[in-house]
Design a protein around this ligand. Structure first.
Ligand SMILES: NC(=O)c1ccc[n+]([C@@H]2O[C@H](COP(=O)([O-])OP(=O)(O)OC[C@H]3O[C@@H](n4cnc5c(N)ncnc54)[C@H](OP(=O)(O)O)[C@@H]3O)[C@@H](O)[C@H]2O)c1
Length: 307
């Protein structure tokens, strides 16, 4: 926790609203998520950690509760297990109070894998987060949502006419992309578009954020995204160049703390390529601000999710 402690002053000076709240957050077992839940605990929020790895979740709970004396519950959650999402929806129905849902979970460049007809990157980074957030907002329209997106979300849609023609072509066009960089960027674009439609048309309180670049478990060799040589050198070199997760998580914290961000804005780090600095509010790339496309993406994702 030492690396987070050096930013507690910055947190004290900049966070106005996220204190003594009830927050559901996933991805806490990852690099940015762990730093984020450390700040949220420091700020005396009660947390529900939605995690795949319960042992790791319990370890984080014990560490943070001992240090900050906030209340933390650990709940099993996996974007590849729809039943676990339905349990979270039931939980929210029965909770007396919940203020925020923060979506941190995500996968990066991973080997191509089709699960139930859809490539894994889109399930974890787009279809199931869209499903969960939409359902949570049906239960509680005042729930504030903060989502960790990526600067890559501004990527252009490919083969747009075919992609957006119907649900079958939507999935097959996405599945046909064999380039893992493109799949990741598209999954982030599609989730952002989906949420921007919800934000604009249903007036929901949703904030998109970008953490910058931080070397986290995204570059873990267990993901088997690159060859062995990559894992020997690249993460080490990146650690020297980029910031660590404790600084990256400040942009996510700022995104949660913002009372409301205008439709065309998001929060990410200052500095060259938005990679290193302290948080700032930015304009979204115009590729994400096409209301007609965003509406089509919203409807197509809902259709796929119903099936
Ligand atoms: N690091 C960067 O430079 C960077 C840049 C831009 C955007 N981001 C975004 O930041 C977010 C956090 O990433 P990170 O850098 O902290 O990576 P990380 O250390 O790999 O953390 C990813 C988190 O997502 C969880 N996760 C993975 N698959 C999941 C699934 N099927 N269901 C539920 N949770 C799942 C992981 O759980 P396990 O611990 O169980 O694996 C982990 O808690 C991601 O959305 C990522 O796209 C990161």
């Amino acid at each position: 926790m030492k690396k987070e402690e050096k930013y507690f002053n910055c947190v004290d000076q900049n966070v106005l609203n996220v204190k003594n709240k009830v927050i559901l957050v996933n991805g806490a077992t990852g690099g940015i998520g762990y730093s984020l839940v450390t700040y949220l605990s420091y700020l005396q929020n009660d947390l529900y950690l939605l995690v795949r790895n319960l042992k790791e979740g319990d370890k984080i709970k014990n560490e943070l509760e001992n240090k900050f004396h906030n209340k933390i519950e650990v709940i099993y959650f996996d974007y590849l297990d729809r039943n676990s999402l339905l349990n979270i929806i039931d939980l929210v129905k029965n909770l007396a109070k919940v203020d925020y849902f923060v979506n941190v979970s995500g996968i990066y460049h991973q080997p191509y894998e089709i699960i139930n007809g859809i490539e894994k990157t889109y399930i974890v980074n787009f279809f199931n987060p869209a499903f969960l957030i939409n359902e949570l907002l049906k239960i509680n329209k005042n729930l504030k949502i903060a989502v960790v997106s990526s600067i890559t979300s501004s990527t252009k849609l490919i083969r747009k006419t075919l992609l957006l023609s119907n649900a079958k072509n939507f999935v097959s066009t996405l599945n046909n992309i064999k380039n893992k960089h493109k799949r990741y960027a598209l999954s982030k674009h599609l989730l952002s578009s989906y949420l921007l439609y919800l934000k604009e048309n249903q007036n929901r309180n949703i904030t998109l954020t970008h953490p910058g670049i931080a070397v986290t478990k995204l570059f873990d060799k267990k993901n088997k995204a690159y060859n062995k040589l990559f894992y020997i050198f690249t993460p080490q070199i990146m650690k020297l160049i980029f910031m660590d997760s404790s600084k990256a998580a400040l942009s996510i914290l700022k995104g949660i703390d913002c009372d409301y961000t205008p439709l065309n804005k998001w929060i990410g780090p200052r500095g060259l390529f938005h990679s290193w600095g302290y948080p700032k509010i930015y304009s979204l790339n115009k590729n994400l601000l096409n209301p007609i496309e965003n509406k089509q993406i919203f409807n197509l994702a809902n259709k796929v999710n119903e099936q």
